[in-house]
Design a protein around this ligand. Structure first.
Ligand SMILES: O=C[C@H](O)[C@H](O)[C@H](O)COP(=O)(O)O
Length: 239
């Protein structure tokens, strides 16, 4: 009888397939989140077997896991150009546009991915959507002027015909703080038909540090399904 793969097994399958794209000696951006963590665990096993890699983590959380497991780490200042970044996503569409930042790491993730020649996304099939927006869009903002920035985001959303709650992300003892010391607004738009316009509009708001729309950044996505792993690229799709 066929055994259904659970969510963790799917993440491991995607991470395992991504590892095949990592060559010995690569300068590697290492993503954040539960899927990226599976990648780190598998990468660490290869490192123990003698595989050489120079990792740049996208968050303090990923840095801690890499250090714990013995994956060699460098700062982005030490390695300002990277060969490849492997990272998870909260959502992706057929054009490989992404929503990221569910784990709060979007700013460093975007900087690291931008410094990489290639970005490969690893995810299970539940993350694939027709139109981005089902997952609330994380928007990283400066604590200073929070109310004004939030108003500007609400006005931008209204001009683009987007509605839905925009809430400040909480943590256990107060507001959630990113690695950069910023707040996050999570915008539940439901559907974002023109992600380009929203990304441009958000980038033009002074108090917005960065947003979780990663447009035209990913070169490929490895999607794990119960039937196996498939590779998506912007133009074509292969099993
Ligand atoms: O800030 C977090 C990142 O963007 C993650 O890559 C994203 O939230 C996906 O995480 P997970 O693999 O845990 O679903």
């Amino acid at each position: 009888m066929e055994r259904r793969m659970d969510a963790r097994q799917l993440k491991i399958a995607a991470a395992q397939a991504a590892l095949e794209h990592v060559s010995d000696g690569m300068r590697l951006g290492i993503g954040t989140g539960s899927t990226a963590n599976e990648f780190v665990r598998l990468l660490a096993e290869k490192v123990h077997d003698g595989f050489r890699v120079q990792g740049v983590p996208t968050s303090e959380q990923t840095a801690r896991l890499c250090m714990e497991l013995g994956v060699p780490l460098f700062s982005l200042d030490e390695l300002p150009e990277l060969d490849l970044t492997i990272d998870g996503a909260d959502e992706l569409d057929g054009n490989l546009n992404l929503i990221k930042g569910g784990g709060g790491a979007l700013l460093r993730e975007k900087i690291v991915a931008s410094a990489s020649t290639r970005m490969i996304v690893i995810a299970d099939e539940s993350k694939v959507v027709e139109t981005l927006g089902r997952f609330p869009l994380p928007i990283e903002v400066m604590p200073f002027g929070l109310a004004s920035t939030r108003l500007a985001v609400e006005r931008l959303a209204a001009t683009l015909g987007l509605s839905g709650e925009i809430v400040q992300r909480p943590d256990r003892d107060g507001p959630y703080l990113t690695d950069g010391g910023h707040f996050i607004l999570d915008a539940s738009f439901g559907r974002i038909p023109d992600a380009e316009a929203l990304a441009n509009g958000l980038a033009a708001i002074a108090g917005v540090v960065e947003h979780g729309l990663f447009l035209h950044m990913a070169d490929a996505a490895i999607i794990a399904t119960a039937a196996g792993v498939r590779m998506l690229t912007a133009q074509n799709e292969q099993e």
